[in-house]
Design a protein around this ligand. Sequence first.
Ligand SMILES: C[S@@+](CC[C@H](N)C(=O)[O-])C[C@H]1O[C@@H](n2cnc3c(N)ncnc32)[C@H](O)[C@@H]1O
Length: 198
Amino acid sequence: MFKLDPKIFSPHDLQAIDLYSNLADYYAVKYDILKTKFPDAKTIGEIGVRAGGAAWTFLQACPEAEYHGFDMDDKQYGTLSNGEKFTDWAKDLLKDYNFTLHKANTQLIKSLPVDKKFDFIHVDGDHSKAGVMHDLELSIKSLSDDPRAFLLIDDYTHPQLPEVKAGVDEWLENNKLSTDCEFRKSWRGEMMIWRKVL
Ligand SMILES: C[S@@+](CC[C@H](N)C(=O)[O-])C[C@H]1O[C@@H](n2cnc3c(N)ncnc32)[C@H](O)[C@@H]1O
């Protein structure tokens, strides 16, 4: 049974503390999705790590997994209220797991900067339409050949981020011969995408 430990958030992460009850439900859905679809995932990737809340959640579902997060790690996305970087909190929070953070602007690269395929990738970085489509392209290329391997796109129905849905929908239309998808309702909407077994 998943329970979001409030201590995973920095006391200086005012946004997360404010949204704790929504996040508790939200992360519970993400935990359930990974635990149901691929409980023994060995490699987890994530584009957009922030303070590590989702990373921590996925590592509760698959504690032995090797996790690689990709984040531009730029203070333009805000900081903790004491001025520290969100990602520094994430590194400390997850130091007892097989957790590696890569500083990368994924919009400027053509493949994820690690020689690895992932059983599961959470896509939660740039939320523009073009940004989402680019990150989907990077992620599908880095997905492992296991038939259970899948991508999970955050914020698919976020009311303030309509470009996420626009980008995902257009990408799915462009890739409909080779991919399948499933939507699951949550606070901000989960879209799962995987390669069709042809
Ligand atoms: C919504 S937060 C991620 C939250 C995290 N997935 C969670 O649920 O705990 C978005 C993150 O994406 C990162 N980001 C935004 N644009 C990016 C880009 N082009 N390349 C890499 N990271 C990016 C930001 O730095 C920020 O940390």
